[in-house]
Design a protein around this ligand. Structure first.
Ligand SMILES: C[S@@+](CC[C@H](N)C(=O)[O-])C[C@H]1O[C@@H](n2cnc3c(N)ncnc32)[C@H](O)[C@@H]1O
Length: 296
């Protein structure tokens, strides 16, 4: 039998084993699809207003009246903070569709710009940034080992004494399980679909060396939707919101979810942690905001 939903061709033989044939398809990321359905995303995958209040307070305390700001990605909430009038902000994202559809260009001053580029090769001079920010950036890398490359690159572009603010998605210290997730759903203690999806992605990751392919979460979601139809139905999640997971079906991306300790270890060479903020929102305990200071 050949399963059509695999990006690679999967052939299951009667012996019960599956052979996954090499694919001739090029790697395919899901950010173009996400750009088209961005309005159906929400916290915790996008930052909550309480998260943004924290970021605003940190910037006000640490970044001065005329900050040169860098945003990794085009997360609109960061660009739309009430920045001082003399702020200059550059957002860098590899996905042209995200820049075209999600970057709120019309609502921003002329000193704010978005550029297409890779975080591993930022289009900025050395020591030209006072505050760098990113939302969920460590999850979306081609490989976890690239985090070190990105932090080296951030170190290069950040000025001495500058601040880096990262809201990251981290694994809980006690691993979650599918049974726990479905029990929590059953008793009604999962509010949003995106919180459900984030927990599902995280619990499917075996370890940080392997990461998790969002496509696996898509397959598991469809199995759960059949097995637990009534409990899922009871949540009354809007269909377009649930359908955001469909972008994972043909994605060849891998996601990475470090524990807090693993994230701190990654920062250590270039940045010293100064504060870790947790917002009191759904899954806020898994989405801390790290405030880092560039080492001398
Ligand atoms: C910032 S992250 C996570 C989404 C985030 N939670 C939000 O609310 O915007 C998503 C963005 O990262 C971009 N991206 C992922 N890896 C990248 C890389 N290596 N260089 C530049 N952009 C990258 C994707 O194109 C996507 O627009």
């Amino acid at each position: 039998m050949t399963r059509a939903h695999c990006t690679r061709t999967c052939v299951t033989f009667s012996g019960g084993y599956t052979v996954i044939l090499p694919s001739s398809e090029p790697p395919r990321s899901h950010w173009t699809e996400h750009a088209a359905t961005w309005d159906h995303f929400g916290p915790p995958l996008r930052p909550h207003p309480l998260d943004m209040a924290r970021v605003q307070a940190v910037c006000a305390a640490r970044c001065g009246d005329a900050p040169r700001a860098l945003l990794l990605g085009v997360t609109p909430e960061y660009a739309l903070l009430p920045w001082p009038a003399a702020t200059r902000l550059t957002a860098v994202d590899k996905c042209a569709d995200m820049i075209a559809k999600v970057w709120p260009a019309k609502r921003l001053p002329g000193s704010f710009r978005a550029m297409e580029g890779q975080w591993t090769d930022l289009p900025l001079p050395d020591q030209s940034v006072d505050v760098a920010m990113g939302d969920g950036i460590s999850t979306v890398l081609p490989h976890w080992s690239l985090m070190d490359k990105i932090l080296s690159e951030l170190y290069r572009v950040c000025a001495p004494g500058s601040t880096v603010i990262l809201r990251l998605f981290v694994q809980p210290d006690t691993p979650d399980t599918l049974e726990q997730l479905m029990d929590d759903l059953e008793v009604g203690c999962i509010q949003g679909f995106h919180a459900f999806k984030l927990r599902l992605l995280m619990l499917l990751q075996r370890d940080l060396a392997s990461g998790i392919q969002p496509r696996q979460a898509w397959q598991t979601w469809h199995a759960l939707r059949r097995q637990h139809a009534a409990s899922i139905e009871a949540r009354r999640w809007p269909v377009p919101v649930m359908d955001t997971i469909e972008a994972y079906a043909s994605s060849s991306d891998t996601y990475w979810f470090p524990k807090v300790g693993e994230a701190l270890q990654a920062f250590d060479r270039h940045f010293a942690p100064r504060e870790i903020h947790y917002s009191d929102v759904e899954l806020g305990n898994r989405c801390p905001i790290f405030v880092l200071e560039r080492r001398a």
